[in-house]
Ligand binder design. Structure first.
Ligand code: BG6
Length: 458
């Protein structure tokens, strides 16, 4: 039996833009995703946009009942900035205030610990038009949005997150094509990363100032990077990959400063962001109270095939290449490697290098395409998901035995939800959603998760 410490939290994570649904309306403004879908619907799997999801915005009362049925003791979602403050700055949408207050009250009434995130890849389009995260104005707008949330909802939420996986919009939107504005600009990527960190630190400051007993953190996908071989070149590539993808937000968030090695690499590429000493002080003085950690798959890297001078048009390929490990275990549906030990390795890194700060596993999960085919007598028999969770929990349990300061496990996700360009391709939920009828049905894993929570282990 794998028993977890008393009070260990069990739950799921989702986000506002992925679950609320409904086209802009009811006072909601346009987000970067609403805009992108309007401009280029063909980019989205089967042409399904952010308006089509479980429509939590309309059906939240029924959805919240599923939290109980699946044994949640904690739950995370996010406030949509473009719903609360449609233009990004200025007027607050009162319908949004009523909606979020009612949601939070109902979750609190069930005795479920509510964790609230402020930014899950969704920027009001009015700010995007002015340069988005490349522009410092967005940083100040986020600080004000965060402060508005602390003031409006502080009596109902005491555990906050500033950003979910802040490295993802940097990579996917400024070095790749998966997030708007889909630019390829290394210098802009560095500025966006820095501005996002500054915004996060400013929100931490506002939270502690307005509600001193509240706790706030950031959710980071601390993907470990493993080198292809023991050669110094491959090891260096792995070290740099980890600096960019994990430490670039982990160090300033927890230690208040960037790793020197990373700063030097960025300096050598002539890509240092615009910053002031006063901003660096804000980052230094406003570290997080605990950490949210997402883990899906490891990064396998090798020395870059590019040699010679840094080519800024290339971005991270200057420093490392990805590598597919032969014989790796994968989730055949999503194509992602399954490597449970990654959780243990992250836990030991936090223990050894980050003062064993308290953390929660805020996302881990298995996306499956065409899940209907696993349906027997009206219920999806997702034994593969149960096995996936169990195998990851074994590594988390081992880490806790070895001193990891982890206080909870949150699966991605609760009810099947919309996922950016992948839309409804991969289903992750404990509860199945029929997109056409809006019918929701517990999967086998939903019943199993309740037992897991009640037994505090398996
Ligand atoms: C996480 C994100 O990284 O991955 C979620 O925080 C996302 O927003 C999840 O939905 C799964 O991604 P995908 O692309 O497999 O649906």
């Amino acid at each position: 039996m794998y028993k977890f410490p008393d009070g260990f939290l069990w739950g799921t994570s989702t986000s506002g833009p992925q679950s609320e649904g409904v086209e802009p309306g009811d006072g909601k403004g346009m987000s970067n995703w609403d805009y992108w879908f309007q401009e280029a619907p063909e980019k989205f799997h089967n042409g399904v946009g952010p308006g089509r999801t479980s429509t939590f915005y309309k059906n939240y009362k029924e959805d919240i009942d599923f939290l109980e049925q699946t044994g949640h003791t904690t739950f995370r979602t996010s406030i949509q900035w473009s719903r609360l403050i449609p233009e990004g700055v200025g007027e607050v949408n009162q319908q949004a205030v009523e909606f979020y207050r009612d949601v939070f009250e109902r979750i609190n009434a069930k005795g479920i610990k509510l964790m609230m995130n402020l930014y899950h890849f969704d920027l009001p389009y009015a700010l995007q038009e002015k340069g988005g995260w490349e522009n410092k104005e967005t940083v100040y707008a986020f600080r004000d949005f965060a402060a508005t949330c602390f003031e409006l909802f502080g009596d109902l939420v005491d555990t906050w997150f500033t950003f979910n996986e802040p490295i993802v919009p940097v990579e996917a939107g400024y070095l790749g094509d998966f997030h708007y504005p889909a630019k390829h600009d290394f210098k802009a990527a560095i500025q966006v990363g820095y501005n996002t960190q500054l915004a996060s630190s400013m929100a931490v400051e506002a939270c502690h100032r307005l509600n001193p007993d509240h706790r706030i953190s950031v959710i980071l996908n601390l993907t470990p990077a493993y080198p292809k071989s023991d050669s110094p070149e491959d090891k260096k590539a792995a070290r740099i990959a980890e600096l960019f993808q994990a430490k670039s937000f982990l160090d300033p968030s927890v230690k208040g400063e960037y790793p020197e090695e990373l700063v030097q690499i960025v300096k050598d590429a002539n890509a240092l962001p615009e910053y002031t000493d006063e901003e660096l002080d804000i980052i230094k003085n406003n570290t997080v109270d605990f950490l949210g950690v997402n883990y899906y798959q490891p990064l396998r890297v090798q020395a870059p095939s590019h040699t010679g001078d840094i080519d800024v048009a290339l971005g991270l390929e200057n420093y490392f290449d990805n590598y597919i490990m032969p014989g790796r275990k994968i989730n055949p549906h999503r194509g992602w490697e399954i490597y449970e030990q990654g959780i243990y390795d992250i836990a030991m890194d936090i223990k050894e290098n980050y003062d064993n700060i308290e953390w929660i596993l805020t996302e881990n999960g298995m996306g499956v395409e065409g899940e209907e085919k696993f349906k027997v007598d009206g219920m999806i028999q997702d034994d593969y998901r149960i096995e996936f969770i169990q195998n990851h929990l074994k590594e988390l349990h081992r880490a806790i035995q070895d001193g990891a300061n982890c206080h909870g496990y949150m699966l991605w996700t609760f009810i099947d939800c919309w996922s950016w360009l992948n839309a409804y391709k991969n289903r992750y939920g404990l509860v199945e959603l029929d997109l056409e009828t809006q019918e929701k049905t517990m999967k086998k894993s939903g019943y199993w998760f309740k037992e897991l929570s009640e037994n505090n282990g398996f």
